[in-house]
Ligand binder design. Structure first.
Ligand code: ADP
Ligand code: ADP
Ligand code: MG
Length: 481
């Protein structure tokens, strides 16, 4: 077993990894940038090293991170999610330095971390992919228009290196295509340092269903069931549920078999996720593979009883996977909501500032994964995620009730958070029934906002009227097509 792990990340996921290290009696090393000096991961790790003053660049500084790992004699690095987690250069540099990278091998990240290459490989291996194109960057605008024509509008432009819902544009008609393509390239370059863009058929109102994969270094690969992540805003997940409340056992089985085939096709090791889109006719398509631990991994832990971080570390240390597919027996339902520091009434703009009150929800069936505490000041530079609230119950209905109860108990003051909006989601009929698709938030925005109780809601009527007008425009323009 490894004996000391450096965590190349911050915030809640760094805290989560440190907890797994403690559980396994492994020493943990935090790194931090100057604005993150007071973050919880720095306080609870066994050792902590400042890696720079620049808020973002520090966590992306491959050379420096490896230097620190060597200097403090860490024998493994956990990359968390975001930052360097899907950067194959980083994984390769770790491998070359003799440090265990807790994740798949660098060449697997190179293949699957790029959506376009992954699509090509999956297609070659008989995995159904969304109809679409190769990269478009060397094509003329007329050729790109021809591609869209062939696929049929609406289409979606996506960045090969994208993540977190960024670098995506949905295009409903030809007149919008050129501008959307340029905007997509710009965003892809700015966020991912890679302007490669490709096109897919835009599947209307699909469900996002993903399978958690676990593979050891000896060719054993299993899945730990699925998660429904259809509740999204701007292609970013807000609520995740395991298992999916709206698919049959047969469909679940066949998607699971396909997910394992996808992972086997590239010799996948460690934890990863195969994401699918499921259409109205129950046809499913490979969308991408995330070659890392995911934000929503706790719901899988809750229904399977398998600690994914512990498993990641044990697999990376060379242990053989001692669970077979038939040993995976999910029980009940788990729901996660992402509580973010955002102002719902300012179009979800990020809010920063000091936390003056903090009472996380407690009681039966409640888990909170977070890095915040009373008197902590949220730096403005990072992801707006403050806490993940995770609920476990025997049935979906009960899980939703418990979620509503826990959210109502949760206090984070005096920064603006999405808690009141999340409570509103628990009140919507379709959510309670467990049947919804990725259009849920957009379609219910007006109803959600009117149900969002918030003592700061000074401009509520104004915002709701504006949303209603925008929605009407969107619907009208889509109907014309
Ligand atoms: P998950 O797939 O685990 O649900 P998200 O897509 O919500 O995760 O992303 C989690 C975090 O990681 C976000 O902060 C997001 O911006 C960041 N992230 C995800 N993919 C990338 C990427 N390719 N490059 C940079 N950051 C990323
Ligand atoms: P990211 O790396 O940002 O997670 P994904 O490729 O996983 O990017 O897409 C994010 C979300 O965008 C999906 O969960 C889905 O809601 C939507 N999406 C992506 N591709 C399509 C598509 N072809 N049709 C419809 N929706 C899509
Ligand atoms: Mg995705």
């Amino acid at each position: 077993m490894v004996h000391k792990i450096l965590i190349a990340n911050r915030g809640e996921i760094a805290v989560r990894v440190i907890r797994a290290c403690r559980d396994l009696h492994i020493k943990s090393v935090a790194i931090f940038t100057e604005p993150d000096r007071e973050c919880l991961h720095v306080k609870i790790a066994d050792e902590a090293y400042r890696i720079g003053t620049d808020a973002i660049r520090g966590y992306l500084d491959i050379k420096r991170i490896i230097e620190v790992a060597k200097a403090c004699k860490a024998d493994a690095i956990h990359p968390g999610y975001g930052f360097l987690s899907e950067n194959y250069d980083f994984a390769k540099e770790c491998e070359d330095a003799g440090i265990i990278f807790i994740g798949p091998k660098s060449d697997v990240i190179r293949k699957m971390g790029n959506k376009n290459i992954a699509r090509y490989l999956m297609n070659k291996n008989g995995i159904p992919i969304v109809p679409g194109t190769d990269k478009l960057n060397n094509k003329s605008i007329n050729e790109i228009k021809d591609c869209a024509e062939k696929i049929g509008y609406p289409v979606i432009l996506k960045s090969s290196g994208g993540g977190g819902g960024r670098g995506i544009r949905v295009v409903f008609k030809e007149e919008e295509l050129e501008e959307a393509f340029e905007a997509c390239k710009r965003e892809a370059l700015a966020f991912f340092n890679n302007d490669e863009v490709f096109m897919e058929k835009y599947i209307q109102n699909p469900r996002h269903i993903e399978f958690q994969i676990l593979g050891d270094n000896y060719g054993n690969i299993i899945h730990l069931c699925e998660r429904d992540c259809s509740i999204q805003r701007r292609h970013q997940k807000i609520v995740e549920i395991a298992p999916c409340p709206s698919i049959s056992d047969n469909l679940r089985k066949s998607m699971g078999v396909t997910a394992i085939a996808a992972a086997k096709a590239v010799g996948y090791t460690n934890a990863g996720t195969v994401e699918f889109l499921l259409d109205d006719y129950n046809r499913f398509y490979f969308m991408e593979m995330n070659t890392r631990i995911q934000v929503e991994h706790p719901i899988t832990e809750e229904i399977t009883g398998i600690d994914l971080l512990v498993r990641q570390i044990r697999i990376a240390s060379g242990e053989i996977l001692d669970i077979e597919q038939s040993d995976v027996k999910p029980r009940g339902y788990a729901i996660e909501v992402r509580i973010t520091a955002e102002n719902v009434w300012k179009n979800f703009a990020p809010s920063a500032g000091k936390i003056t009150e903090y009472y996380p929800a407690l009681g039966p069936s409640v888990r909170v994964d977070s890095h915040i505490y009373k008197d902590y000041t949220i730096p403005p530079f990072y992801d707006s995620l403050l806490a993940k609230l995770i609920i476990k119950a025997t049935s979906y209905d009960l899980a939703v009730n418990k979620l509503e109860r826990a959210l109502k108990e949760f206090i984070i003051d005096d920064v603006r958070t999405t808690i009141p909006f999340l409570i509103a989601i628990t009140k919507i009929k379709e959510f309670r029934r467990g049947y919804f698709d990725t259009s849920f938030i957009e379609m219910h925005m007006q109803e959600l906002l009117s149900k969002t109780e918030d003592r700061h809601q000074d401009n509520k009527e104004e915002v709701i009227a504006a949303i209603a007008a925008t929605l009407q425009k969107i619907r009208a323009s889509r109907e014309k097509n």
